[in-house]
Design a binder for this molecule. Sequence first.
Ligand SMILES: [Zn+2]
Length: 279
Amino acid sequence: MNRTSIVSILSLILFPLVFLFGFDKSANPNIRLQLSDELIIHGLSDGVFLVTHSFPWPCNSLVVQSENGDIYMVDTPCTPEATGLIIGWVKECLGPENIVAIVTGFHIDNLGGVSYLIENGIPVHGSDLTVELLKTDAKRSHDAMLPWLKGSPLYDYYSNLILLPPNHVFPLQDGLLLKSGEETIEVWYPGASHSPDNTTVYFHSKKLLFGGCAVKSADSTKLGNTFDADIDNWPNAIDALIQRYPEATLVIPGHGKQGDRSLLFHTRSLFHDDSGSLP
Ligand SMILES: [Zn+2]
């Protein structure tokens, strides 16, 4: 049985269960839904859903529904299969007219699921540097990560996973502004940080900042995977985020629990001692 069939069968089993338990985002924005052993959707506020894919370490992506019903997916789960489960849930439970994806870097936890999105006609925005780094650096970066998976059943999966680039490309330095009704979605480059190409995404009316892998969770005591990091400039990138988004009330890190602007100050404080280990 191929992977698409598995996703289809899982969808058939899962979605009736979702309806059975009465999913209603307006009545219960704090819903917590487990789509598979490693895939969880967690409602944070009205129309804002944190997706955590533990494959094997927990990686965050985000689903946001704007007032007019459009869906924005920021980063993907690590695999096309998990991304398919999320999109299936979005279509069944949120019923959007439009789905748009944005990827914030060239690592697997930013765009591992892009192939599913492209195959299903969902536009994927990403920067020109992300496209470039996928060509020049993805294999080296990917191979550097593989030893962490030695002995894990995921080793073979990761060894064979093909990463596709975004199909709507913007110049990194220009960033990107998207409009959806009253909502403005700003994709911005604060400078090199966790990777040379990491961008952030800000939803103005929701005061919601997806910091991605540039931003660490409150319980992180290390910088994590620094294979591609610009350690010298990373603190400057965080300072730039602190300056640019003084009104942000909800901040999403690439890994771990969401928080507020204190996550930016916490990330800034980690630059005194780092030995570069996961997560
Ligand atoms: Zn990451």
